[in-house]
Design a protein around this ligand. Structure first.
Ligand SMILES: Cc1cc2nc3c(=O)[nH]c(=O)nc-3n(C[C@H](O)[C@H](O)[C@H](O)COP(=O)(O)OP(=O)(O)OC[C@H]3O[C@@H](n4cnc5c(N)ncnc54)[C@H](O)[C@@H]3O)c2cc1C
Length: 407
C-alpha cells in the first residue's frame, strides 16, 4: 500500500502538539497528529495547571548551583536524583551547571521572559477559541515564604521579576490570611501574582483542545512514530501501523523527543525532570487560587472537586517506576499545611521535557526546515503552548517571528 500523506504531521499530542495542531488547522492547513496514547494524557494532564507568566527564573541559577549537592542528595529535598541514573545524567548535569552561572542564567531569564510575554493573552485567546473559558480561573497565584528570612533570601528572584515587569504584590502574613483564610498561621509573607491565570482542570482542558482540533479538521492517528527520514522533498514518518509522508513534520513528543530529533540531525541535550502529583477529593475548596509554599517546590491547587498537590523534581530518566518516597514527600508536605488531609485519592508521575538552560527548543531542524522542533518546555509547557503554536506557525509560514529562536 502507498504511504498516507499529509501537509503537516505533528508527532506528539500533548499540550504543545495539540495547541499547534489547533492553530495550524484554524489557519487552513491540513494537519495530521500522531499520538500513541489518549491525546493530552502525558505531562500535560497532571501538571499544576498554572499559566505562570511570572516564572521568568530558569531552573538553573547561581543559588541553585551553590546548593546543588545538598539539594540533590539531602533526604527529603524537593530536588532529588536517582543514584542509578547519575552516570547517564552527568552530561546533562554538567551543562545544567554551566547554564546556572550568573551570566548564563541572566541570559536564559531574558529569553524566558520574552517567551512569557504573550502567554496569558495566548491562553485567553485559545480558551475562547475552543469554548473553554469556564476552565480558566483568573484569580492570581500566590508564593508563600515561610519565614522573614526566607522572604529576604528571595530578594534576587523578586528583583529579577521586577526587572521583567512582572506584577507582584507583597503581602504580610495577615494579608495572606485575609485572602486565603484556611491556610495555617505562619511567620513570613507572600508574593501575589495578581494577573496570573490557572486551569481548573488540565485534563478537561486537553479533552476540549483535542475535540476542538478534530472539529477544525485535524486528523488523529493512534500510533507511535519510530523513525523519521527526509527524502524527495518530503519527510517519511514510520512506525508500527504508521506510514505517513508529510511536507513538514513537527516534533512535539515532549520528554520523548530526543531520539526523533537526533534522526532529524539535531542532538539536543533533552532529559526529564520527573514530577509528581497527589490529589485529595473534596467538595469545598481549601484555597481560591494556586498556592506555592516555595521551600517545598510544589503547588497546592484547587481543581474541580479536588485539591491537587503537584511539583518537586526527581532526576532519573524515563524508565524507572514512580518513587513511593517522592509521593510520600508530597503527601507529608500537604499535611504539614492542611493536617486534616487523609490519604490521597490518586497519585501520578509525569515527565517534564527539560533542557539545561530551561529555554524550550522551538526552531527548524539544522538538517532542513521541513522538520521543526517544538519541545523542551520543562516547567512551563502548559504556559507556553499557545506561544509555541504561534512560533511554529510563523516558521512554517516563513513569516518573521518577533520571538527569539533558541538552540
Ligand atoms: C508535576 C508537574 C507540574 C507542572 N506544572 C506546570 C504548570 O503549572 N504550568 C506549566 O506551564 N507547566 C507545568 N508543568 C510542565 C508541563 O506539564 C510540561 O512542560 C508540558 O505538559 C509539556 O507538554 P508536551 O506536549 O511537550 O509533552 P507531553 O504532555 O508529555 O506530551 C508529549 C506527547 O508525545 C507523545 N509521544 C511520545 N513519544 C511519541 C512518539 N514516538 N510518537 C508519537 N507521540 C509520542 C506522548 O504520548 C505524549 O502524549 C508541570 C509538569 C509536572 C510534571
Amino acid at each position: 500500500m502507498p504511504p498516507d500523506s499529509t501537509e503537516i504531521a505533528i508527532i506528539g499530542g500533548g499540550v504543545i502538539g495539540l495547541a499547534t495542531a489547533m492553530r495550524l488547522a484554524a489557519e487552513g492547513r491540513e494537519v495530521t497528529l500522531v499520538e500513541p496514547n489518549k491525546p493530552g494524557s502525558g505531562a500535560s494532564y497532571g501538571n499544576a495547571g498554572t499559566v505562570a507568566d511570572y516564572a521568568v527564573i530558569p531552573v538553573g541559577t547561581p543559588a541553585v548551583l551553590r546548593n546543588l549537592p545538598s539539594l540533590l542528595f539531602k533526604r527529603d529535598s524537593p530536588l532529588s536524583i536517582r543514584r542509578s541514573a547519575l552516570p547517564a545524567l552527568m552530561p546533562w548535569l554538567l551543562r545544567f551547571a554551566w547554564q546556572s552561572l550568573p551570566q548564563n542564567a541572566e541570559k536564559n531569564a531574558a529569553a524566558i521572559a520574552t517567551l512569557l510575554m504573550d502567554s496569558l493573552s495566548g491562553w485567553r485567546e485559545l480558551a475562547s477559541q475552543i469554548g473553554a473559558n469556564d476552565l480558566l480561573r483568573q484569580n492570581g497565584c500566590l508564593y508563600l515564604y515561610s519565614s522573614k528570612q526566607a522572604f529576604a533570601s528571595a530578594s534576587a528572584d523578586i528583583g529579577l521579576r521586577t526587572k521583567y515587569g512582572i506584577g507582584q504584590e507583597f503581602l504580610t502574613a495577615d494579608e495572606v490570611a485575609a485572602i486565603e483564610p484556611k491556610l495555617p498561621p505562619f511567620e513570613g509573607g507572600g508574593v501575589l501574582f495578581p494577573h496570573a491565570v490557572n486551569l481548573t482542570d488540565p485534563g478537561a482542558m486537553m479533552e476540549r483542545l483535542a475535540k476542538a482540533a478534530a472539529a477544525a479538521g485535524v486528523r488523529f492517528i493512534t500510533a507511535r512514530a519510530e523513525r523519521i527520514a527526509r527524502g524527495d522533498g518530503q519527510v517519511h514518518v514510520t512506525g508500527e501501523a504508521l506510514d505517513l509522508l508529510a511536507k513538514t513534520v513537527v516534533i512535539a513528543a515532549g520528554a520523548h523527543s530526543k531520539m526523533l530529533a537526533a534522526q532529524a540531525g539535531d542532538h539536543v541535550a533533552l532529559d526529564t525532570e520527573r514530577g509528581y502529583h497527589v490529589e485529595f477529593d473534596m467538595q469545598t475548596p481549601l484555597l481560591s487560587r494556586p498556592v506555592c509554599p516555595t521551600a517545598r517546590a510544589f503547588y497546592l491547587v484547587p481543581m474541580a472537586n479536588r485539591l491537587r498537590v503537584a511539583g518537586t523534581v526527581e532526576l532519573g530518566g524515563l524508565n524507572a517506576p514512580p518513587s513511593p518516597r517522592r509521593i510520600e514527600l508530597l503527601e507529608r508536605g500537604a499535611r504539614a499545611i492542611f493536617p486534616t488531609l487523609g490519604k490521597p485519592d490518586r497519585t501520578w508521575l509525569g515527565f517534564r521535557p527539560s533542557v539545561p538552560n530551561s529555554v524550550p527548543v522551538i526552531r527548524s531542524s539544522r538538517g532542513g526546515s521541513n522538520i521543526i522542533l517544538a519541545f523542551g518546555h520543562g516547567h512551563l509547557g502548559l504556559t507556553l503552548a499557545p506561544v509555541t503554536a504561534r512560533m511554529v506557525s510563523a516558521i512554517i509560514g516563513r513569516r518573521p517571528n518577533s520571538l527569539p529562536v533558541h538552540s
